[in-house]
Design a protein around this ligand. Sequence first.
Ligand SMILES: [Zn+2]
Length: 360
Amino acid sequence: MTDSRDVPAGPLTPAGPSAGVHAFIAGLPKAELHVHHVGSASPRIVSELAARHPDSKVPTDPEALVDYFTFTDFAHFIEVYLSVVDLIRTPEDVRLLTYEVARDLARQQVRYAELTITPFSSTRRGIDEVAFMDAIEDARKAAEADFGTVLRWCFDIPGEAGPEAAEETTRLATDDRVRPEGLVSFGLGGPEIGVPRPQFKPYFDRAIAAGLRSVPHAGETTGPQTVWDALTHLRAERIGHGTSSARDEKLLAHLAEHRIALEVCPTSNIATRAVRTLDEHPIRRFAEAGVLVTVNSDDPPMFGTDLNAEYAVAARLLDLDEQGLADLAKNAVEASFLDGPGKARLAAEIDSYTAGWSAP
Ligand SMILES: [Zn+2]
């Protein structure tokens, strides 16, 4: 192309990381803290699920699926997401999805992941709750044995589904006869606009009393007050996204002082238009303010990304070298709900990988 409009804008668009940095990221042991169960269904997994349910309109051919996963707008994304939800009909579908998601994480050297699951989407559709829990637990144990990736669960309330969903999610997360062994945290997802966080306080109170950690989404599509609400009313220990925190100095100082991590998902923020462009992403502002920044992938195949690609984005936006990337990975270990020895082990693995690294 010779048109002058196609000439790169120079210093305004800094170069991406080198091939060496990409190779470092690919082998770096990592923890993933913000990734959704159904939202992690890659074309490979969706194709397997679609083949099990031939009446579905979802294509089974992986190449056709790549087109199917190319979204024209946010409404189209929701439509495709719901068509994938519709493929999760039996406990065996749940098991297959969970196990295969772990395989995709393991390929990226993810050693530990807290997977956000919305059990209400499945129990509402008639999947037996005990069979559902057995399916995810069976997949968790098999994934740990087969791939060495440790999975833990965050059960989240789909906020848009209202009090019925909140009550059902809380019951599934706190009833000793149902709650799965791998459950560590309690979340809140869905749209923020028109769904104020404070109304969920009683449910979070019950979950916290049952020993679960609080990790709501907040400040992704609304302002910093939503993050304050999540901290005050829902006693958030980490914030899902928290993008708009950048607009409130006092909030940034509070997050930094209390080591409340932000689960930053850069590509997702662009895909959902929460942030206009990657270069305008506030991740650098967070890091400069001393906030504990973690990088995560949210709904990776649906946003055309994966955790390794998000680390490469962070390397560019935060100007990180290999040591900087290792520190970023260790932020996620610190902010995770692993126990002390588990955190020490994974941090040591990151250190020894970094010490032994020599660029190709
Ligand atoms: Zn999310």
